[in-house]
Design a protein around this ligand. Structure first.
Ligand SMILES: [Zn+2]
Length: 122
């Protein structure tokens, strides 16, 4: 888990795999409603001689707008790093302060699945 130096919270846990456009709104404190959001479920596997080994869930929080624009699926199973990098680009992932994220999510009245997103993703 990484840390970020936040102007408001000081050294704080980082929230990852969030679309940059959403991170920008958090920084600028512009509202965004949870109807505009969706979660893309990403399971990362490592492949070796024993077969596929599950590594981590890296779910991404993005806008429905981006999902449509880049023709993204609801769920992905990633078996190699290159494919994951390409997917990451399509999801235009950024990072933000975990506390700012939680405050923003609550202030905007998001549903639980989105409010708890950062926690579940650490
Ligand atoms: Zn913060």
């Amino acid at each position: 888990m990484g840390v970020v130096i936040c102007a408001k919270h000081g050294m704080s846990g980082i929230a990852i795999c969030i679309e940059k456009a959403i991170c920008d709104k958090i920084y600028q404190n512009e509202s965004i409603q949870d109807e505009e959001l969706t979660i893309i479920h990403v399971e990362v596997f490592e492949v070796n001689s024993d077969g596929e080994i599950f590594v981590v869930n890296l779910n991404h929080l993005i806008t429905k707008e981006l999902k449509e624009k880049n023709n993204l699926q609801e769920a992905y199973k990633m078996l190699d790093e290159q494919a994951f990098d390409e997917l990451e680009k399509k999801m235009d992932a950024g990072v933000t302060c975990g506390k700012c994220f939680q405050e923003f999510a609550q202030a905007n009245g998001w549903s639980e699945q989105f409010i708890n997103y950062a926690e579940n993703n650490l």
